[in-house]
Design a protein around this ligand. Sequence first.
Ligand SMILES: *Cc1c(COP(=O)(O)O)cnc(C)c1O
Length: 348
Amino acid sequence: MSTPDWQSLVRPNIWHLAPYRSARDEYSGTDAHVFLDANENPYNRPYNRYPDPLQRELKQQVSRVKGVPVGNIFLGNGSDEAIDLIYRVFCRPSKDNVVAIEPTYGMYSVCAAINDVEYRRVTLEAHFSLRADKLLQACSQNTKAIFICSPNNPTGNAMERKEMLRLCEDFNGIVVIDEAYVDFQREPSIVSELSAHPNLVVLQTLSKAWGSAAIRLGMAFAHETVIGFFNKVKYPYNVNHLTQEQASEMLHHIDDVEKWVHLILDERPKVMRAVSELPYCKEVFPTEANFFLARMTKADALYNYLVERGIVVRNRSRVTLCQDCLRITIGTPAENTALIAALRQWEG
Ligand SMILES: *Cc1c(COP(=O)(O)O)cnc(C)c1O
């Protein structure tokens, strides 16, 4: 798609919004040393000061690690914040709609409901694959965004790159590609397509491979115009000081992340093989994430049995295309062994 008509995509109230300007927005130079502009307490350093509203230092680091210019980066309170902002920036409540694959991550539909935006589900094909033409058919004049998750949660498969790019080409709204599990997939990230596709928004997070779900740091990579609107609408200090500090620490330890990803990818086929060999397991689905989906004969009963044994997996048996399926995250070798031992003892 050539440059979108931003004004027709963005909600009129957001287009015209005069954003809140904090003390830290008004003054962002480096020369001053007496800060009496934000009614902060001068004691209890460093927690007495408001954090940088635009997380400039952290973005420099993210930029280096991800190979994306600083101007194309938004950081939020988890990727969930970016998902919500997509609705709040682009979708007029009770008028606009979004289209999404089904099954997928639950937050897209929850945020749609909260924002009073119609959510159109397009069921995936065989092998949970994506067909761009079916999603495009589901769109109307008022479709503002298409949500794709790749590798997809809960199915684990990565979507075909060609189909995702076709959406970017042929849809004249926002195409969101949620890459929460990108570090586990075979292909490199789709962020390399950002400059060619101004309507593409790529979501990533420190919550999975980076082992930092507790700190809540999500990333959105997009055209600078989209980033500008996210910044206009977000809470002024959406990423707190402790999170910025810890995220920065993690970005200095990419070697740890790579080590964890290797350990998990090494364990994954072992667990999948053991599960597939269980007499009551019907199918184990291929995955490019740190979890996999397995179809059982009696998923509910098995789920309850595992809970009794102190092991919690995700019961997805009531989700479209996932009848009798459990979603199993790869844990440490000891955790995986405990799971497999418990599964082998089930007499359901
Ligand atoms: C886990 C997950 C996220 C992460 O959300 P955060 O708010 O960053 O923790 C995002 N998208 C998908 C598909 C996920 O599975």
